[in-house]
Design a protein around this ligand. Structure first.
Ligand code: ATP
Ligand code: MG
Length: 572
């Protein structure tokens, strides 16, 4: 997981290996030519951009091959799951722009799975083990040395059946026993060494309440759910490669149970694995993301620094930019680390087409147009988006007192400084050409005000406006604007691949990942926008109004800068 993957546009025109496998199955007439996929989140957290990669594949393949994609909540561990997660997952998938055919839950199959488990016990293919988890683990062996049989392995079928039913009563003690499939304690695939398939959990389930006290393990629920639903291609990530033989084995048993052995190979789900998405300077582990939330190291699952879809939405990423990014990195059989800068480039690319251009000053200093009438406010015209031929326009107030960026003024400027300095002309965007005449300082020598004179004939759109000046600055009327808070974000983690770092992930957090600017000024048009509207603060970057905004206090999140300044900084 150390190689950085680039944008491979050449490869994009060819089919992904998953699509090739699907087309092969179609050509061979498997599953009667049906294509059915599923996206199977466990409702134990919020979706992140890694999930988006799986979503794009699951829904995308179904769409491309005229099949269906269902959503299935893999809810077999009640101790970590809840309905808040379910609701947010639904919301995020819709936001990404995908539609599921049906919503299913693994918990819909608890009855069927129970029946299947009893069938296995009756066949002598499963037994109740009353050892502790530690003892069972000790007997597992290693990939090169066989495991040791449990002393309970050959207990009578009737005894296992009675105990299995006892497992599902409120009196059963958690951890006192488990149901194990009786497979092969010497198999080189560790998942075949009598895997645990049921365990006791008393935490009420988000859907079935206290009806069940024993729950199937992932490996005893996932493939089976695929089979019950008629999934044809069960696409998942590479860590499930070693689980695949067991997945197939349980499907074989199910087919035997259903007397479907005649078409053992043709009519069944097939597991296909692709590489997980890993992004630089962040991490995808739900467990660790949950810890960040619970320990208040971020403001919540939707903190704009989080790699979650709700965080990215709040920050101002568009669903299209996320989909374009995923499309550009593609699907392979090799784990890799993708550069966050690629995602940001995709965001810029999309927002350039969508964002309304507005004016905001983040580090203000007063500019007084000395020859402009006191008290007058002019409404100038500004194009919403010059990238769009049919763009609308809006008005921006101009007056004697303006705010400009402090760093746009220099008293003793070098030759190439094309911004404001005494004696030089610059254009104020959408307004006039002004000539700086000087500045005022306080007792300590700090510049507190800049003065300039404007040329009334140079108004944008007029004849005189054609005069060439080198610099164009953004500005906001100090006489008609709103004060705003602006939140600037940087990488959440200080290291490129925090997941691969030995240190505790909390130590790797970037202490400067969030900077709050409270003294910003923004034109009214932008201040009154709703969260959800993509904005470009001209010359600064893309921004979106934050959900924390009030009428008195608009708050904006910086989505991404106009250029990848970060990469440059790092190269020194
Ligand atoms: P958990 O540790 O809770 O199992 P998970 O990230 O695997 O976390 P799931 O809800 O089980 O979360 O994932 C649903 C689907 O999303 C699975 O098919 C999984 O393979 C896929 N997925 C999860 N993380 C990524 C990722 N980083 N890249 C691509 N696909 C992912
Ligand atoms: Mg998982």
């Amino acid at each position: 997981m150390t190689t950085l993957e680039g944008n491979n546009t050449e490869e994009k025109k060819t089919l992904s290996f998953v699509e090739q496998l699907i087309e092969q199955d179609l050509a061979e007439g498997k599953n009667g030519g049906r294509i059915q996929t599923r996206f199977p989140p466990e409702p134990n957290g919020y979706l992140h951009i890694g999930h988006a990669k799986a979503i794009c594949m699951d829904f995308g393949a179904a769409e491309k091959y005229k099949g269906i994609c269902n959503l299935r909540f893999d809810d077999t561990n009640p101790s970590k799951e809840n309905n808040e997660y379910v609701d947010n997952i639904l919301n995020d998938i819709k936001w990404l722009g995908f539609k599921w055919e049906n919503i299913y839950y693994a918990s819909d199959y608890f009855e069927k799975l129970w029946e299947f488990a009893e069938w296995l016990i009756n066949k002598g293919l499963a037994y109740i083990d009353e050892q502790s988890a530690e003892e069972i683990a000790k007997q597992k062996g290693t990939p090169t040395t066989p495991g040791v049989n449990s002393p309970y392995r050959d207990r009578p079928i009737e005894e296992s059946l009675t105990l299995f039913r006892a497992m599902n009563t409120p009196e059963a003690v958690e951890g006192s026993m488990v149901l194990r499939a009786k497979l092969d304690m010497a198999n080189s695939n560790m998942h075949f060494r009598d895997p645990i398939i049921y365990r006791i959990i008393h935490t009420p389930h988000h859907r079935t309440g206290t009806k069940w006290n024993a729950y199937p393990m992932y490996d005893f629920a996932h493939g089976q759910s695929d089979y019950f639903e008629g999934v044809t291609h069960s696409i998942c990530t590479l860590e499930f490669v070693p689980h695949r033989p067991l997945y197939d084995k349980f499907v074989d048993f199910l087919k035997e149970k259903d007397n479907q052995m005649d078409n053992l190979h043709d009519n069944r789900p097939r597991q296909i694995e692709f590489n997980r998405l890993n992004l630089t300077y962040t991490m995808m582990s739900k467990r660790k993301l949950l810890a960040l939330v619970e320990e208040n190291l971020v403001s919540g699952w939707d903190d704009p620094r989080m790699p979650t879809l709700c965080g990215m939405r709040r920050r101002g990423y568009s669903p299209e930019s996320i989909r374009n990014f995923i499309d550009s990195i593609g699907y392979t059989k090799f784990d890799a680390l993708n550069d966050m800068a690629l995602l940001e480039a995709a965001v810029r690319d999309d927002l350039n087409k969508k964002a309304i251009r507005v004016s905001a000053v983040l580090n203000p200093i007063k500019l007084v147009i000395t020859n402009y009438p006191e008290g007058e406010i002019e409404q100038l015209e500004a194009v919403d988006n010059p990238e769009d031929e049919n763009s609308k326009t809006h008005t921006i107030a101009f007056s004697k007192n303006l705010w400009i960026e402090r760093e746009d003024f220099m008293e003793d400027a070098p030759k190439k400084f094309f911004r404001m300095s005494p004696g030089k002309e610059v254009r104020l965007k959408n307004a006039y050409i002004v000539k700086c005449t000087g500045c005022t300082k306080d007792a300590e020598g700090n510049i507190v005000e800049i003065q300039a004179e404007y040329d009334p004939t140079s108004k944008s759109g007029l004849e005189g406006a054609n005069r060439k000046v080198k610099g164009t600055l953004h500005w906001v009327s100090a006489d008609q604007c709103k004060k705003a808070e602006v939140r600037i974000y940087d990488r959440l983690f200080n290291v490129e691949n925090p997941s691969a770092d030995e240190r505790d992930f909390r130590e790797l957090l970037n202490p400067e990942s969030k900077t709050v600017l409270t003294d910003c000024y923004i034109e009214d048009y932008a201040a009154d926008m709703q969260p959800g509207q993509y904005l470009q603060f001209q010359r600064i970057g893309y921004f979106m109004k934050d959900l924390d905004s009030t009428n008195e206090q608009p708050i904006f999140n910086k989505t991404v800068g106009l250029k990848d300044t970060w990469a440059k900084q790092n190269k020194g």
